[in-house]
Design a protein around this ligand. Structure first.
Ligand code: ADP
Length: 200
């Protein structure tokens, strides 16, 4: 079975594939950051490690102004040495059962990240599965929100034409593959030939 899926909308494409987000060629990659913006583990640690100290310098400048980034918000920095041009940092909700506004906050992460990309007039953006690591959001529920919110936001986007879901494992990809296919079937969207956006 293939480990990537691309859906063709009118002038936009949504893809899911297995990969390491630090290697993705896109105008922006999204970081599942924490509110301090000063780095952490998981995808955050990988991005700072691969991108170098310029990203942290930019984060420090932002923190000096806003003190911390609340969950659901997003800010853009340089991508340092990465192939992407920008890193968009967003803070997902910590999952504590789903009744503390976690679904709304997670949706806001995707919406706000896409808003930053639109403001910067970017064409492509790649997302990790925000909140599904240390923050404990159930993967299937998180993927449903990621898909629903991205489709809604793309409907009103004027610059972003490509959105990638970068899945860190095959099991994570299978969730996106299944949910995207059923979303596509329900909305008469066709699958396109898969493309690769990862360069070693
Ligand atoms: P959070 O604190 O928001 O849960 P994590 O970084 O712990 O963030 O995990 C978010 C998701 O990112 C998890 O599904 C994890 O498997 C995935 N992940 C971790 N490293 C990478 C990477 N280098 N590229 C893509 N996804 C990654």
């Amino acid at each position: 079975m293939s480990d990537s899926l691309t859906l063709d909308l009118n002038h936009q494409r949504i893809s899911a594939y297995v990969g390491n987000i630090v290697k993705v060629e896109a105008d922006a990659i999204v970081n599942a950051a924490n509110s301090s913006l000063l780095g952490g583990g998981g995808v955050d640690g990988a991005i700072h490690k691969a991108g170098g100290p310029e990203i942290l310098e930019d984060c420090r400048r932002i923190v000096a102004q806003i003190h911390h980034l609340p969950p659901g918000q997003a800010v853009a920095t340089t991508a340092g040495k990465l192939k992407a041009r920008y890193v968009i940092h967003t803070v997902g909700p910590v999952f504590t059962g789903g009744y503390e506004g976690e679904p709304e906050t997670l949706a806001s992460c995707y919406r706000e990240s896409l808003s930053r990309a639109e403001e910067l007039q970017l064409h492509s953006i790649a997302f990790p599965a925000i909140s599904t690591g240390v923050y404990g959001y159930p993967k299937e529920e998180a993927a449903k929100i990621a898909i629903q919110t991205v489709f809604e936001s793309l409907g009103v986007a004027t610059h972003v034409r490509r959105v990638d879901y970068v899945c860190f494992s095959r099991a994570d990809f299978e969730i996106y593959n299944r949910l995207l296919k059923s979303y596509a079937a329900a909305h008469q969207i066709v699958s396109a030939e898969p493309q690769t956006h990862i360069k070693d």
